[in-house]
Design a protein around this ligand. Structure first.
Ligand SMILES: Nc1ncnc2c1ncn2[C@@H]1O[C@H](COP(=O)(O)OP(=O)(O)OP(=O)(O)O)[C@@H](O)[C@H]1O
Ligand SMILES: [Mg+2]
Length: 421
């Protein structure tokens, strides 16, 4: 059987009323500050308050996931997928409606959720597995298997705050699948692992499906939803836009997305505790602002920050996603080994990219300032910038990035080379 081979849920499961998870008229709002009152004038104009709105990340969402079902959830950036999954995992409480979970659940959510940065990998395994309902003795029995699956033997006694994003995910996934979940919720995070690890995860999924376990998978990778899920839901601005066979839902979604590129530009949305914040983001090409961005450009992403107090070891991060689509990368100053001991006052952060590998298309950029453990969010600016990449120093067109490959064709009967047309 191929790794991505679709495993059909057994007939009993598909036909039964055995509901693993029920989401009943759930709404979730966040308080969103549109503009910080930076100047005295703005402060006075706002009547001395910060302006905010209650923003519906989810609006009246109802669905049932049956036992043995693999449900894929798709939708554009900011459509509420992660929020829905966090509500299902009971990490967020809905403002209205109800969530009923009938199975032993494990959830793999955003990076870092659930790990304690100061503790070692080993301690976090015990902590996490205990939270997921395993007895200490059981954890001890499975500990070696968990570490082996993660491939982090060498690092298991280092504090997880020293782990890379990929290492985090490996450990989190290793714990989650080894606690024997009947219901597994997964948010995108597998995209962070390398190819070997992704393949290992896929094998594990197939195994779980064969055991009639229930999966809810949030992803921008419509290919894996098509192959792997037996049902798909399309979330759009916090509501369910379509629910049905993966092929139908994905086709509908893709068509709409293609037509929506021009119009889907929302404004920036800010959240976080606010001791330090990114005032604006500038994109410079060869040091010049507002110049066209091309594949191969020398690009600088410049974050202008301000602070209200001294902030200890702040980590800056940006995330680049295809408009309405997959995350392409999410580098941080921690990965880049550029975390100051403290920051106060104003300043800039330059993220220099020598030879931009993004292929032509529309992209959005989010940015974030967090504590060293990446859990405390000082500032998160969703849709901080959007930009179009124009064609540049490669003739490739499909996909999101170029690998800058070189090609060789060899064989006993291979002759000559035609000129590029
Ligand atoms: N803690 C929060 N405080 C304020 N707003 C939030 C919070 N979490 C999410 N939001 C907002 O709710 C909306 C939905 O976010 P969510 O993370 O669920 O989207 P998503 O579909 O997972 O997007 P992506 O594809 O980019 O992962 C966004 O506008 C986001 O800015
Ligand atoms: Mg998300």
């Amino acid at each position: 059987m191929s790794l991505l081979g679709r495993v059909n849920a057994t007939d009993e499961a598909a036909g039964s009323d055995d509901v693993a998870l029920r989401v009943d008229h759930v709404s979730k709002t966040f308080r969103v500050h549109h503009e910080r009152a930076n100047s005295l004038k703005a402060f006075v104009a706002s009547g001395g308050r910060n302006r905010y709105d209650d923003f519906y990340a989810l609006r009246d969402v109802s669905l049932e996931v049956r036992t043995g079902e693999a449900l894929g959830i798709i939708g554009h950036n900011g459509s509420g997928k992660s929020t829905l999954l966090k509500c299902m995992a009971q990490i967020l409480t809905p403002n209205e409606g109800e969530i009923v979970v009938n199975k032993r659940m494990a959830a793999l959510l955003e990076l870092g959720a659930g790990f304690h940065p100061e503790l070692s990998g080993r301690d976090n395994v015990f902590l996490n597995a205990a939270i997921l309902g395993m007895a200490r003795k059981e954890i001890e029995e499975r500990f070696d298997a968990i570490v082996a699956f993660s491939g982090l033997e060498e690092f298991i006694d280092s504090p997880v705050k020293t782990y890379s994003s990929g290492m985090y995910v490996r450990l989190a996934f290793a714990v989650a699948i080894n606690v024997d979940p009947e219901l597994l919720l997964i948010d995108e995070i597998l995209a962070v692992g390398d190819v070997t690890f992704q393949q290992k995860c896929m094998e594990k999924f197939v195994e779980l499906r064969e055991q009639n376990r229930t999966l809810v998978l949030v992803t921008h990778d419509t290919g894996s939803v098509r192959h792997f899920c037996d049902r798909a839901i399309w979330l759009d601005h916090g509501t369910i836009k379509a629910d049905g066979k993966p092929a139908d839902v994905i086709d509908e979604y893709t068509e709409t997305m293609l037509g929506a590129e021009e119009t889907s530009q929302g404004g920036a949305v800010r959240r976080g505790s606010g001791e330090i914040w990114v005032e604006r983001v500038e994109l410079l090409v060869d040091g010049v602002a507002d110049a066209p961005v091309r594949t191969g450009s020398k690009l600088t992403i410049r974050l202008h920050f301000d602070t209200s107090e001294v902030v200890p070891n702040p980590v800056f991060a940006v995330q680049i996603s295809r408009l309405g689509g997959a995350m392409v990368c999410a580098p941080s100053s921690r990965d880049g080994d550029a975390v100051p001991e403290s920051i106060s006052g104003k300043g800039t952060v330059d993220i220099d990219v020598a030879d931009l590998p993004l292929l032509p298309g529309p992209f959005v950029l989010h940015c974030e300032v967090t504590g060293y453990g990446r859990q405390h969010i000082y500032d998160h600016l969703q849709n901080a910038a959007s930009f179009d990449v124009l064609s540049g120093n490669t003739d490739e067109v499909d996909g999101l990035v170029t690998l800058r490959p070189t090609w060789q064709v060899t064989g006993t009967g291979v002759h000559g080379k035609i000129d590029k047309q």
